[in-house]
Design a protein around this ligand. Structure first.
Ligand code: ATP
Ligand code: MG
Length: 410
């Protein structure tokens, strides 16, 4: 069964907003065993949405649409679907009650404009939305080449679209084919070309198990895909064996999930001291459910004075070496280990730019230190003047990676 995704919104076309709904829906549709034939993004005008829907229906029997269901005049998705159906928009009393309850529960006034969100094409089935105001709907439309297609229409807000897909759309589609079986193994301390060469036999075309390498900052993800579970497991075991020295975890995951998995497995407590990243690394760790079992604290020590007061970094050291130095990174991590009592600690200090660099200490210079059970290690990175946000994000990821590598092999 073929599927297509249609996302609606001028802001998706003119660079204001990156479209995340297409990949979110693509992954879920693939999991239900559908083939993703195409994805289209349409601007807000009704005629553009109609065009995108027609194209989608040319390729697919199942179409999922997000966006343009809001209460304002420029939200035209429901109109576009109705016009393709040759139907009128009808006011759905039950949907209206649900909208009112949702808004009132949050203590907001209900406006007349919200009534627009209770309009659905006559003949369509309403899909309740417990995540937001606008309900979705599903309609059956004629396909250009003959036959019928089902069009599921969801709000644009990503968590509403995701929740409604899982609760309302997926059960209506059902398992249409084999789900995609895949396993991902994560490696660090080895380059893509070296690991790729070791796995060359797997990566030739026409293999039953398809293997691909995807480089993330600081580590590599090797994903194996195959329709057969036994063949997939055998391949994963072999890939693990080949890369054993560099293996840091399993799953298509981020660095914080790899680190958290190791910490939680062993019950190792952790704390962070961040200057340049101002809490980015701790915020990533905080995304992992259950992290409170091991995460003790995170200190954002931005000013020199804060590094002294919160982490006990000596004033003379800061004076002599500067805040972006190996000595300061080491002193930060030692102070944090002492103060927090955590078994694993990490610290980072650097120059994010655009100003503040010098010949000796250019923008993009970052010092890291980790401490595990009293053993301190420091490392310097020079990312170059690649932009403030890139430097900060890279430094946050690298800190978590170095903390993972500070742990003994599992
Ligand atoms: P609402 O009823 O909340 O207005 P809507 O169905 O009208 O929902 P839009 O107005 O198109 O949806 O989008 C609402 C918000 O959801 C946008 O401001 C944007 O932040 C986000 N959004 C919409 N479409 C996408 C998308 N394809 N990818 C990521 N975010 C999106
Ligand atoms: Mg809107």
């Amino acid at each position: 069964v073929n599927a297509a995704v249609v996302t609606v919104g001028d802001e998706l076309l003119d660079g204001r907003l990156a479209d995340t709904n297409t990949s979110m829906l693509g992954a879920r549709l693939r999991q239900l065993g559908l083939t993703i034939a195409a994805a289209h993004t349409s601007g807000d005008p009704e005629a553009d949405i109609v065009l995108a829907l027609r194209r989608a229906l040319e390729d697919a029997e199942v179409v999922v649409v997000t966006g343009g269901l809001g209460p304002t005049e420029d939200d035209r998705t429901r109109h576009a679907v109705a016009s393709l159906m040759g139907a009128e928009l009808a006011f759905d009393e039950q949907a209206w009650q649900a909208i009112r309850v949702f808004i009132e529960k949050r203590g907001f006034p209900v406006h007349e404009a919200n009534k627009r969100q209770a309009l659905v094409p006559a003949g369509a089935e309403v899909l309740p939305n417990r995540f937001g105001t606008a309900p979705g709907f599903v309609a059956t439309l004629d396909r250009p080449g003959g036959g019928c297609g089902r069009v599921f229409v969801l709000p644009g807000v990503p968590y509403e679209a995701r929740g409604m897909f899982d609760e309302e759309v997926a059960p209506r589609i059902g398992q249409a084919g084999e789900p995609l079986l895949q396993r991902t193994l994560c490696f660090t301390g080895v380059t893509e070309s070296v690991l790729g060469a070791k796995l060359a036999t797997f990566m030739r075309e026409g293999q039953a198990v398809r293997v691909g390498i995807n480089a993330a900052w600081g580590f590599l993800r090797v994903t194996a895909q195959c329709a057969e579970a036994a063949a997939l497991d055998a391949a994963a075991a072999e890939i693990k064996r080949i890369g054993a020295r560099f293996l840091i975890g399993e799953g298509y995951v981020e660095i914080e999930e790899l680190l958290a998995a190791r910490l939680l497995e062993k019950g190792i407590t952790v704390a962070l001291a961040e200057s340049i990243t101002a809490g980015l690394a701790a915020a990533r760790l905080g995304r992992v459910p259950g992290i409170s079992a091991v995460l003790l604290e995170a200190v954002v020590a931005y000013a020199n004075e804060a590094k002294q007061r919160r982490l006990g970094v000596a004033a003379e050291l800061l004076e002599r070496e500067g805040a972006v130095s190996e000595a300061c990174a080491r002193a930060m991590v030692e102070g944090l280990a002492r103060e927090s009592g955590a078994r694993l600690t990490g610290a980072v200090t650097g120059i994010a730019g655009p100003g503040g660099g010098s010949d000796a200490k250019p923008v993009g210079l970052v010092w890291f230190a980790t401490c595990f059970d009293g053993q301190v290690r420091a490392l310097e990175r020079r990312y170059g003047d690649v932009g403030r946000e890139t430097i900060r994000q890279r430094a946050a990821v690298e800190l978590l990676l170095l903390m993972l590598r500070a742990l003994p092999p599992s």
